[in-house]
Design a protein around this ligand. Structure first.
Ligand code: TXA
Ligand code: MG
Length: 346
């Protein structure tokens, strides 16, 4: 299949809306990561998303909307839940927050993987909003990577994964947030985070005026409530080892390893020169305390680390989980498949 790349200007948006309305797929920019978009009310189009990504069928999709009134036909909620939705939407939408709510009959089973709830988000990227509005339907969109790979945050990452597989990619520049939306389950009490992301659990608790639980890493043996969280994911091709601790401590550890020249080190800016002096193929992803930078650069840096041909990728991970630190920790521990070395506590 020939893949066209178009700027996300008026002409590009109209072309993409035509593809979506015709039952096809296109890649759309969002502020979190690029999404692989289809008409969320068209089961055949949604099934194509699973096929193109190689995504497991039991992992439900997020519906993207452009304005709050578009949410209500998709859900069945009581007045108290509606008040919660309005409160969160007023503060965090459009933006990187996804709400899980009891679904209505309008939502196809293929969106929810047959479950009783549906995940809904209003993205803030102007091209995503314009595309949803022009298509006139809720848009189903998982991250636009092949299943298992790091999510795409730049045009190049999308084209690497999807060229030849979909007719159209909209170029909306680099993603500003860089990690996916936070998924919060509002279908039961107490509210729980199912996936940490662009909006922190502290910020949600502050607006809700109550504790918000963390169900993203459930106790051993229990299946996660967000099915996507059970797969090895976000993984570069080379094996990845996470070094959790202060930069100084993980540098000392890196200095003790044999054959640095065969491996890549993804480090805090402050450690880049010293890691290079040790012989590693060095990539930096922001200052040690800058969680927003880590989030923005994380997936791109993992893809770039693979592009160096390294045999193994070591990544410095901050033990501080505030703000987007929680999402960064979550993604990296999953790309490491649990291979984390704890060098110092916070
Ligand atoms: O930022 C984002 O959310 C990006 C952009 C493109 O909007 N999208 C994204 O979609 O990350 P995806 O499909 O890669 O991840 C959706 C996550 C998965 O972990 C999935 O299991 C969970 O949301 N999810 C979707 N529907 C759910 C539901 N009804 N109940 C629980 N978890 C759900
Ligand atoms: Mg994904």
């Amino acid at each position: 299949m020939h893949t066209e790349i178009k700027a996300a200007d008026r002409e590009g948006i109209l072309a993409a809306a035509g593809v979506i309305r015709g039952g096809g797929l296109c890649a759309m920019p969002t502020e979190t990561v690029y999404g692989l978009a289809a008409n969320g009310l068209d089961p055949a189009a949604v099934r194509e998303i699973y096929r193109v990504k190689g995504r497991p069928q039991d992992n439900p999709l997020i519906l993207h909307i452009a304005s709050l009134p578009e949410l209500f036909p998709l859900v069945v909620i009581d007045p108290e839940t509606e008040a919660t939705v309005r409160l969160l939407a007023a503060r965090f939408w459009p933006g990187p927050l996804t709400m899980v709510l009891p679904r209505s009959g309008l939502v196809p089973d293929v969106i929810t993987a047959g479950g009783p709830t549906v995940a809904i988000r209003m993205p803030s990227h102007p091209a995503a909003r314009a595309l949803i509005a022009a298509a006139g339907v809720p848009i189903a969109a998982p991250s636009a990577n092949l299943s298992g790979k790091p999510s795409p945050t730049t045009l190049r990452d999308v084209t690497d994964d999807l060229t030849g597989r979909i007719p159209l990619i909209l170029d909306g520049g680099d993603a500003a947030v860089g990690v996916e939306s936070t998924v919060i389950d509002l279908s039961r009490r107490p509210f729980d985070i199912l996936r940490p992301g662009g909006i922190s659990r502290e910020a949600l608790a502050a607006v809700l005026g109550e504790e918000v639980g963390d169900a993203s890493a459930p106790a051993d043996g229990k299946p996660p409530r967000s099915p996507g969280m059970k797969y090895r994911h976000y993984a570069p091709a080379a094996p990845l080892t996470g070094l959790v601790g202060r930069g100084e401590d993980s540098l000392r550890y890196l200095a003790s390893l044999p054959h640095p020249e065969e491996n890549a080190a993804v480090v805090f800016d402050e450690c880049a020169e010293r890691a290079a002096a040790l012989g590693y193929r060095v990539l930096s992803y922001g200052a040690e305390a800058d969680h927003d930078a880590h989030a923005r650069l994380l997936f791109l840096t993992l893809r770039n680390a693979d592009r160096t041909g390294a045999g193994r990728i070591y990544v410095q991970i901050s033990p501080d989980r505030h703000g987007r630190g929680d999402a960064v920790f979550n993604r990296l521990s999953r790309s490491a498949g649990g291979d984390l070395i704890y060098l110092s506590a916070e």
